[in-house]
Design a protein. Sequence first.
Length: 233
Amino acid sequence: MTTLEHDTSSSPEEDAEVSKQWTTRIRRRLVEMLPPERLIPDRQPSFLSSWIYIFGALTIGALAIIILTGMVLSLEGPGWWHTSSLGLFVNSMHLWSVELFFFCMVIHLWGKFFMAAWRGSRQLTWITGAVTFLVSVGAAFTGYVSQTNFDSQWIATQAKDGINSTGVGAFFNVLNFGQMLMWHIVLLPVGVLFLTGLHILMVRRRGIVPPFEDGVNDKSATVASGTQEGTPS
């Protein structure tokens, strides 16, 4: 049986024509900004063995559980956990993963603050992490007022006057259950996931900020963690 071989060679004119395509320019720009060896490094810096660096990964793990349990709750409806033991278990998992998420995120943010994590041209990395925390607070608040119980009613009525006094209540009505539920399961989670993904990409691009005692200056600190010598990942 004979096989047909396709000629993959191209002429310089064809290469030049391909280089003019907008998809080629975008691909090359993305490879320059996010090289594969930085996105998925084979080795990590030795200082990454410190306990302070683990809280960022724990935050992402808790967020994954939040999304999974939230999807199940969304499929079954907001009143499911009131009448089903399985629903109560899933709702409890959702609640405690949120508690773990904020616990790890606060430690991560404060740890990076005292480490001056914006060193080495990492300002946007720090800003995206801080903004993610603020958006997460909004997501947690809308989740509290969407519990469909007396706690959510009390929280909503107490927050109503404060929010209305700022003028935000004109389009953010905490007493409107449907509106709060949509904010909680659609708009704010999309914002959190987008900012988290952007934050991770920036960490991969700029690398992990080194501790002060390592004597690494700001210029060398911009080297991505995947290109530094250290312990295997």
